[in-house]
Write a protein that binds this ligand. Structure first.
Ligand SMILES: Nc1ncnc2c1ncn2[C@@H]1O[C@H](COP(=O)(O)OP(=O)(O)OP(=O)(O)O)[C@@H](O)[C@H]1O
Length: 717
């Protein structure tokens, strides 16, 4: 592969590419200017009254166009180029070398058609494309063309940029007629190894073929991606949404828009920039708790047994019974006073109507309305028979007498209160759980000591899923056109039901069974798909890791046979020599070793994280403060986080740091039933270096056999 880097003086070809980039920028600014002017002028809008909706849609479309073309004032406008034989892509060719400085000649030379690929499509004044959007079908070849399947491409060019975003290098990869394995691209490797700081960034310029295939899966296809740590599942899910919005924006909007569901707010903060950087600002990003229990705060973690029971599908039946047990039995006449007369509905007729409504199988809320109407109808018919009437069914169904009867027979319920009552009252629970939950299971889920009121209820994440289940029985929730569910290996059947209720179309499910730490989690992907009501979804595997160097991945993979024996160990894109260090210390030397590890990491570039069992975080915090190491404790919201983070391991899922210091693996394992899985998560967060520091013996699998090649095991005691 030819690689050219600007070394001062700028090589002529780099100069030419920079000039072309500036030309593209001028064209982009012109496109934006035109869209802004049309928006200001209200161009092509119809009559303000007659065409109100059309005008609104047109304005929204133009606002979106302006937003799409904004934010690129200094950013690189393309990151790649494909070289095809002349006439392969473009039909027409400019007659002169560069008519009116349009730059078209740059893309159509005598013997080549050059296709520039960027984050946005750019056109010239005649509508001719000069840069192709990465999501357009023409761009596919940039990601997928290979010597085995050249797709007409002769050479793929990738561009490198300096810190200021100035084009400073390119690399040409021959495709047609080239040897099958050209070796790793320097620019891709450089991009993957670039030190991380702050939130996740997009990967449009370097998406790999196995990832792109999933990004571009059709909208109607539910895809479930099992992938080892750092294989790019999250990145693929987010880029897939950007792609789907490009390809099917109108349909997705009509079907309710799109959302990303992640495990917690630290994770959302980490990914929140990726979609806006890709120009997608309309995607809702929320945690599973935001989805199921808006307004309720989680302050408790269920023990393993309670979690298994509450997360299990049997709870749906318990809640169904609990809700419908609110329906009363008619036992007194309804009196409706209307215009100085009293109309009565006998008990038997109320009961008949009630049975008829229950038979319909509506939601609780819709059933209530229907029952009110049917009671009103009984009265209305009596009135009509007697003397005719001027009142309507709707007016009558709001009559006080009918309202009182409804409150008795079909009361309004609050989902939170209903779940609160169920979980704090063993008698009520026993009444509706008989034959569904064993006595021990019932005991396991009763909250003790009993909270004094609903306001003092310590909700758990699974309680919120129960609240949502009840809400779903009351009425249908707002639906979404497409949902990306990340870290799905941890979701319980009840959580998956909550997502399924909202799915108008397909979804993208991301996760890694070896990282499943929740005792209530579904155990396999086929079951996840079934619970989502998408049993025909495709299960795909990603096994090439981009985050974790091979040495570290090999070390962590020693846990795999104990976690998910059916999963094959991942391979790593990067060897990462000298990336692993394991330090055994005496108890007193542990803190100095941690401090030294942090200081030495902070002396280099990038982010640093100390990961420990949750219970050890307060003590470590004090120790880092005493050592004057400025740091941010993950989970606390601060405007300007430090380069050093101290993180409880329970929040680390999905995150990554250049250097990770894992403290006392054995304590991480001992802290919870699926502690080994938690440790696997901790050991796979490092991009460049992992340093394990322990005074207690390492967990068995990590002690096994001889250390992997390159592992530095050092004892400081
Ligand atoms: N094609 C790529 N080009 C550049 N960077 C990539 C590519 N694929 C993945 N990465 C980077 O690798 C890292 C891991 O990606 P990501 O977080 O999406 O992995 P994951 O499979 O979701 O990991 P985990 O299982 O730990 O949550 C990220 O920094 C991401 O930007």
């Amino acid at each position: 592969m030819d690689y050219i880097e600007e070394t001062g003086g700028a090589a002529p070809e780099i100069r030419a590419e920079r000039e072309f980039m500036e030309l593209c920028r001028a064209k982009l600014l012109r496109m934006r200017g035109e869209a802004e002017a049309m928006l200001d002028r209200g161009a092509a809008e119809g009559d303000a009254v007659v065409d109100k909706y059309f005008n609104h849609a047109l304005r929204e479309f133009r606002k979106k166009t302006v937003a799409d073309l904004s934010g690129f004032d200094d950013a690189p406008l393309f990151f790649g180029r494909l070289d095809y034989a002349a006439g392969e892509v473009f039909d027409d060719r400019p007659e002169t070398a560069d008519p009116d400085g349009t730059g078209l000649a740059h893309t159509r030379t005598e013997d080549s058609d050059l296709l520039y690929v960027g984050r946005r499509g750019v056109r010239d004044a005649d509508g001719e494309p000069v840069v192709i959007d990465w999501r357009a079908s023409l761009s596919r070849a940039f990601y997928e063309a290979s010597p085995l399947e050249p797709m007409g491409v002769r050479v793929r060019r990738r561009y490198g940029f300096d810190q200021a975003g100035l084009l400073s290098a390119f690399e040409d990869e021959p495709i047609e007629g080239a040897p099958v394995s050209p070796g790793a691209s320097r620019l891709v490797t450089r991009e993957i190894e670039r030190p991380r700081q702050g939130p996740m960034r997009d990967i449009v310029a370097t998406i790999q073929p196995e990832q792109m295939r999933l990004v571009r899966a059709p909208l109607d296809e539910t895809v479930c991606i099992q992938g080892a740590p750092g294989t790019g599942k999250t990145a693929v899910g987010l880029h897939r949404l950007a792609y789907l919005l490009f390809a099917e924006r109108e349909r997705l909007r009509k079907e309710g828009g799109v959302a990303v569901i992640g495990p917690n707010s630290a994770f959302l903060a980490y990914i929140h920039n990726v979609l806006p950087a890709l120009g997608e600002v309309e995607v809702v990003q929320l945690t599973i708790d935001d989805l199921t229990g808006p307004g309720l705060e989680v302050s408790r973690v269920d023990d393993a047994r309670a979690a298994r029971v509450k997360g299990g599908p049997a709870m749906a039946e318990v809640l169904r019974r609990h809700l419908w047990a609110r329906i009363g039995e008619p036992d007194e006449e309804i009196e409706v006073r209307h215009q100085q007369r009293i109309w009565r509905v006998p008990v038997s007729e109320q009961a008949e109507e009630l049975a008829a409504v229950l038979e319909r199988g509506t939601t609780y809320g819709a059933g209530r309305e229907l029952y009110a109407q049917r009671l009103a109808n009984l009265v209305l018919r009596r009135m009509e028979r007697a003397s005719g009437t001027s009142t309507t069914l709707t007016q009558l169904s709001k009559n006080r007498g009918i309202g009182q009867a409804l409150r008795r027979l079909w009361p309004v319920v609050d989902p939170g209160r209903l779940v609160f009552e169920l979980l704090t009252d063993p008698v009520q629970l026993a009444g509706v759980a008989a034959g569904v939950l064993s006595a021990e299971d019932q005991r396991a889920i009763v909250v003790a000591p009993r909270p004094r009121s609903m306001r003092s209820m310590p909700w758990s994440t699974l309680d919120l899923a129960l609240v949502d289940e009840v809400a779903g029985l009351l009425g249908r929730p707002v639906r979404l056109g497409h949902v990306v569910v990340d870290e799905a290996q941890d979701l319980s059947p009840m959580h998956l039901r909550a997502i399924a209720r909202r799915l108008a179309g397909a979804c993208t499910v991301l996760g890694d069974l070896a990282q499943a730490t929740s005792p209530s989690a579904v155990r396999g992907w086929p079951e996840v798909l079934t619970r989502l009501n998408r049993p025909d979804g495709a299960i795909e595997v990603l096994d090439r890791g981009y985050r974790v160097p091979a040495e570290v991945l090999g070390f962590a993979a020693r846990l795999l046979p104990h976690l998910a024996p059916d999963l094959t160990g991942p391979t790593s894109f990067r060897p990462g020599e000298d990336s692993l260090r394991v330090t055994g210390t005496g108890v007193r030397e542990r803190t100095p070793a941690i401090v030294e590890a942090c200081e030495s990491a902070l002396a280099g570039e990038g982010s640093v994280c100390v990961l420990s069992a949750d219970a050890d975080v307060p003590a470590l915090h004090r120790e880092l403060v005493a050592a004057a190491l400025a740091h941010t404790v993950l989970g606390e919201e601060v405007p300007n986080p430090e380069r050093l983070t101290l993180a409880p391991v329970s929040l680390a899922k999905g995150l990554e740091y250049d250097t990770v210091v894992v403290v006392e693996p054995a304590r991480i394992v001992a802290a919870e039933p699926r502690g080994l899985q938690r440790l696997y998560v901790a050991l796979t967060r490092a991009v460049s270096r992992l340093h394990v520091i322990h005074a207690e013996p390492l967990p068995e699998p990590l002690r096994e056999a001889v250390p992997a090649a390159g592992v530095v095991v050092r004892s400081v005691s």
